[in-house]
Write a protein that binds this ligand. Sequence first.
Ligand code: NAD
Length: 509
Amino acid sequence: MTDTAARPSETATRADVTTFGHFIAGEWCDGVSGATFESRNPADTRELVGRFQQGSAADVGMAIRAAEAALPMWRRTPAPKRGEVLYRFGALMAEHKERLAQAMTREMGKVIAEARGDVQEGIDIAFLMAGEGRRMFGDTVPSELPDKWAMSIRQPIGIAGIITPWNFPIAIPCWKMMPALVAGNTVVFKPASDTPHCAALLVELMAEAGFPAGTVNLVTGAGAEVGNAIVESPDVGVVSFTGASATGKGIAERAGRRLKRLSLELGGKNAIVVLADADLDLATDGILWSAFGTTGQRCTAASRVVVERPVLDELLARLESRASRLRLGRGEDPATDVGPLISAAAVEKVAGYVAIGRDEGELITGGAAANGGDLAHGHFFEPTIFSNVKPMDRIAQEEIFGPVLSIVPVGSYDEAVTVVNQTRYGLSSSVFTRDANAAFRAMRDFETGLVYVNAGTIGAETHLPFGGWKETGNGHREAGHAALDTYTEWKSIYVDFSGRLQRAQIDNQ
Ligand code: NAD
């Protein structure tokens, strides 16, 4: 392994250094092939963020060996002591919050306030999971036999493969790595190829916080090569993946053949219901924030608004007027409301769905890529709203992952519930109403992992479980203490201090 690649910290100050390494066994290093790829600013693609190692299965193999070598020491480190490293990491992230947020905005485009929020989610989960080092509760229960105790404890699985998307490039890796590490696993981390710089900065801080060499390993590169090698390795005991449903299904098949523990967080088609009695100003605020925040590129973004007909026209007028005035631009500019999409391919995909939407619904505002003036070199798309969309139309069913909102009019609460649930996804939903009974019915009836009342579909906090029903996932949850379930095995322990053989279910009858 060579150490010729630049440390991320050096590149921050030296304009001539733009190549970043993998991080394996505590060292920044070049990949075996020597090939690199570029990361560019989606708001202005002339701006090169850096070059990164185009990783291979051989690089993943080295990372796995490093994770394996570190495992015995790390799993034997008392969990409260592991937690202390997480505390230091959380504190370091807080110290570097602005630097991380600026780097994120530059690499993937989200507006700076949201980038700060993304980093904050990472800090929050680091502190939450640091505390788990002193909890990590199991059960201590009475035995059915005298002079015998019974208890259950959590133990680490081993090596955790962490595969992440680009849309929350700090938060999601932290949501996965913090529970994995506090539970005593070691990690091989493969970030999205659109956000390798954020990943490098994150891992650099992890090393500085004191995660021992080999506990955290970073390998950059393509999903089909690096991600696949992690999934296929018999030595990786658990894989945690967030990304597109199609990718997740393929991973599930391959991991399933090896009976590997797998946590999947996949796509969404989230709905906001606006009942006739709703506060329409509040609903408008919630819809705009949920539909066009992060340029619609959140798994929890609202892409459907299900509205009772008596308030349809009034709501549409407010949405049209506000959405058409949203300012597109570089995310660093505090006046910007909506940043760029991640890539040219994303612009093409969104434009494709807008073409479909023109046949299915009625275009209210937006509908085109935006490339005038300062936007000329970025991947911008106008905030777009279609009205009179039918529940089974493609734009109401398929994840577009861009600033496109479908308005579906309905005649009653019951019809609204049917529409909300008439999708293969089940991540987030919300209802705007002043009727407490209707709000409670919605909390009961919506088939989603997250439900919001009088708020948009986004805004999860790290101490409650996060994840979706149906094809949004496979039943696992991130965040909260539920996250530990992904990264631990249960061990039930029986201690007999009677001094004689006592047979459960037999000697006590
Ligand atoms: P993606 O599936 O294209 O990529 C996700 C990650 O998987 C990347 O690191 C990629 O390199 C890797 N990958 C790709 N092919 C692979 C393969 N064959 N084997 C192993 N790894 C592979 O997704 P994306 O475009 O980065 O992210 C957008 C998607 O993520 C959206 O569908 C969004 O809804 C979803 N998402 C879900 C959540 C959630 O919590 N449910 C959160 C954020 C994003």
